[in-house]
Design a protein around this ligand. Structure first.
Ligand code: ATP
Length: 576
């Protein structure tokens, strides 16, 4: 496919406010791609060069782009700068000074590869070199293409396309039918790389995608836990189950291939360099290849106790990792295993995987395993829960004995019960910011008075509104929020947002915050779970976290979670 054609699809995507239309545009675009350029097309639609775990960085700043545009179109740099100040969109500036409506003949792959070349430049002279690569590319393309190239390199494409919609569109484009979406989803959950999945689908067809397996060094999308309010409900749901200690640290998915070790976070960034002591311990394990899942925490060797979460989290902010790792060493508590010596364990029953964990780990200070019991008795479960809480841990996770590893899914194969669940709606809710309302009175100074929050409806692949949050942020946080949100503001409601409320400023759904509320209520104003014109809303919401860097928008709570929490809340009320 020509990059000019892709740019025309970008133009259409940008203009749409409806998800279904977005789906049609995407499937049309994907039907024009072949196996050589489908992966790159998908990455560009997702506004990335590669998935986050590859850690490729473009490292492009405003100044560099301004210079590249000035060089490419022989315009005075001052003119470009003032034009940027006026429009706030260097994409538009490039389009204006390019001025050419002649199609370029560059393909999607050629443009992608040129942009990718910039990631290989580092060190002395790299700024100049990047400017040269970009300006020479800008010289070869039409006005429309230059707009999207610039927006892409600046991370400001803002098409708002979701993974679920991409997969549905790929299925339709390749086979004329949407029915292969679940197969694509399964493959995506196993490797977290949608471009790669698209390539396998285009090259090897439906069969290839059905045979897709986990691969060492490609992160599996983590299994997630559902929640229930009491031990009785857990036993009613699972019957005999394993009940594991729940640790409050960093989720870490470890991959080992010979002497190579990689560790991935919950949101699939590579965090290997934060955990040298765990990497060393994994290298000592006598297994050729492994993938396992656990939680890493700082552990006091002298007293045998775990440090609080805030000590563990310091690790990510510290520069001197080696020193920190001596003072506050991490210990990884392994709670699942997905591959061992080339054997895929994803579909083995949990109890089998757990037996393998018990055989494989032990005796190393840096790698340990969670303690668990097996029970079908709610009293025994409650006793274990109380003991675990008494030992300073966060709670327990009950696990279905015969369940496979549910990559990328939140379901009742794992059920968490935390310390705070006992009181009514004491659990927090993660919402995505969809826009903001300008402040009044004192808040006018901050620029943001409240944010519009939504949750993810994974069935519809849209974000539905549930609340307006105006308290819980400090003055400094409001100001910071304003900057962050203005950086992702859009001119109209994004196609994947379902809202009856119109904020002053719409933003791309990007940032997740954690809120606490007194209650979930029914409301005609919010679209979350809306049926017969009544949705769900939060009563007295307040933010209890600033923007969560460990969660993507689709990792916010889902509409389904909210309905469940609402129902559980009613049960608690009845009992009281
Ligand atoms: P979630 O990760 O489910 O979106 P969250 O980030 O708020 O929600 P929690 O609700 O605290 O996290 O619970 C799930 C997390 O608990 C897992 O992602 C994992 O990191 C952690 N965890 C700790 N111990 C265990 C265990 N034994 N089994 C499974 N998960 C565990």
């Amino acid at each position: 496919m020509k990059f000019e054609d892709l740019s025309r699809y970008f133009l259409r995507l940008e203009a749409t406010t409806k998800r279904l239309e977005m789906f049609d545009i995407l499937s049309d675009a994907f039907s024009k791609a072949d196996s050589r350029d489908i992966a790159k097309t998908v990455y560009l639609m997702q506004e990335e060069l590669l998935p986050p775990f590859f850690n490729v960085q473009l490292g492009v700043a405003d100044r560099m782009v301004e210079k590249a545009i000035a060089d490419a179109y022989h315009v005075d740099l001052k003119v470009i700068k003032s034009s940027n100040k006026k429009t706030g969109d260097l994409g538009e500036v490039a389009e204006k000074y390019n001025g050419s409506d002649k199609k370029s003949s560059l393909s999607v792959s050629e443009v992608y590869d040129k942009i990718f070349d910039m990631t290989r430049l580092s060190g002395e002279g790299s700024v100049e070199a990047k400017i040269n690569v970009l300006s020479s590319l800008l010289r070869k393309v039409s006005a429309l293409e230059s707009k999207y190239i610039i927006r892409f390199v600046m991370g400001k494409l803002r098409l708002g396309v979701g993974e679920a919609t991409i997969m549905e569109a790929l299925s339709k484009a390749k086979t004329g039918d949407r029915k292969f979406k679940p197969d694509l989803e399964r493959a995506f959950n196993l490797c977290s790389d949608l471009g790669y999945v698209a390539n396998v689908f285009y090259e090897k067809g439906e069969d290839g995608i059905r045979r897709f397996e986990v691969q060492v060094m490609r992160p599996i999308r983590p299994a997630l836990a559902e929640r229930l309010p009491s031990a009785e409900e857990i036993i009613k749901k699972l019957g005999k189950c394993a009940v594991d200690q729940k640790f409050d640290g960093f989720r870490a998915q470890v991959h080992k291939n010979g002497d190579d070790v990689k560790i991935f976070s919950r949101n699939l960034e590579e965090i290997t360099h934060f955990m040298p002591e765990i990497v060393a311990a994994v290298k000592r394990l006598n297994h050729r290849s492994m993938i396992f899942d656990g939680e890493a925490l700082t552990y006091d060797e002298d007293t045998g106790t775990l440090y609080a979460f805030h000590i563990t989290i310091q690790r990510k902010r510290k520069h001197n990792i080696e020193e920190t790792s001596e003072k506050f060493p991490l210990r990884l508590f392994v709670f699942d295993m997905m591959l061992l010596d080339g054997r895929d364990l994803m579909n083995e029953p949990y109890i089998k995987r757990r037996e393998l964990i018990d055989k494989t780990f032990g005796g190393d200070a840096a790698i340990s395993k969670s303690r668990f019991i097996i029970t079908d008795d709610s009293k025994e479960l409650t006793k274990f829960f109380d003991e675990t809480i008494g030992a300073g841990l966060e709670g327990v996770v009950a696990k279905k004995l015969d369940a496979p590893y549910s990559a990328g899914a939140r379901n009742f194969n794992w059920i968490k019960i935390k310390r705070s669940y006992k009181s009514q709606l004491s659990d927090t809710i993660d919402v995505v910011i969809l826009g903001y309302f300008k402040g009044r009175g004192m808040r006018a100074d901050f620029g943001v008075g409240a944010v519009l929050g939504g949750v993810y409806n994974d069935k519809r692949d849209v974000f539905e509104t549930i609340t307006k949050v105006g308290s819980g942020f400090s003055e400094a946080q409001f100001k910071e929020l304003r900057k962050m949100l203005d950086d992702v503001k859009v001119t109209h409601k994004p196609a994947r947002v379902d809202s009856m409320i119109e904020p002053d400023i719409w933003t791309e759904p990007r940032y997740v915050i954690t809120v606490k509320a007194d209650e979930i209520t029914r409301s005609p104003m919010h679209t979350c779970g809306m049926k017969d014109e009544v949705g769900y809303a939060l009563r007295f919401p307040r933010a209890v976290s600033f923007v969560r860097t460990d969660k993507r928008p689709e990792d916010s709570n889902t509409t389904k979670d909210i309905v469940e929490m609402f129902n559980n809340q009613k049960k608690v009320e009845l009992k009281d």
